[in-house]
Ligand binder design. Structure first.
Ligand SMILES: [Zn+2]
Length: 142
């Protein structure tokens, strides 16, 4: 049996020394639409509506402020996928405009819808890991 190592301690502006939260692990859990704290409970109760709290560990999700950041990130990601494909096809094959619209519009819509929930989950995980907004349980204002 190996002895468990205690979690690293970090300083926070409101609570002083407290347990460190792993940013990448929290973002990965959020991308899988799971609670950034335990990785088990569901993060969303609808497509883009976060649950009020984790069903497994009780983490309160009402303090997140993802706002428009997930949408902006999805625009950047999908744009960097669709635009090079469109430029490459136009340069090499020059298909009719109607055919291009029939390819790129559904591709853009599908990619955006598929990425929106995981990206929002990652943003919520990032906010939780950095104790942003309502995720700082040591904040006296909460
Ligand atoms: Zn949880």
């Amino acid at each position: 049996m190996t002895p468990s190592t205690p979690a690293p301690i970090v300083w926070t502006p409101h609570g002083g020394a407290t347990e460190q939260r792993n940013v990448w692990q929290a973002m990965k859990r959020g991308m899988r639409c799971r609670c950034p704290r335990c990785g088990e409970g569901k993060l969303f109760r609808a497509f883009l509506k976060t649950a009020d709290h984790c069903s497994e560990c009780g983490q309160d999700f009402t303090g997140h402020r993802a706002d428009d950041l997930p949408a902006y990130l999805v625009i950047v990601i999908v744009g960097h996928i669709v635009v090079p494909i469109a430029l490459s096809i136009e340069t090499n094959f020059a298909p009719p405009v109607a055919l291009q619209l029939a390819m790129y519009l559904p591709l853009t819509l599908a990619a955006s819808l598929l990425l929106l929930q995981p990206v929002k989950g990652a943003v919520v995980g990032l906010q939780w890991a950095f104790r942003m907004h309502g995720f700082d349980d040591q904040n006296p204002e909460r």
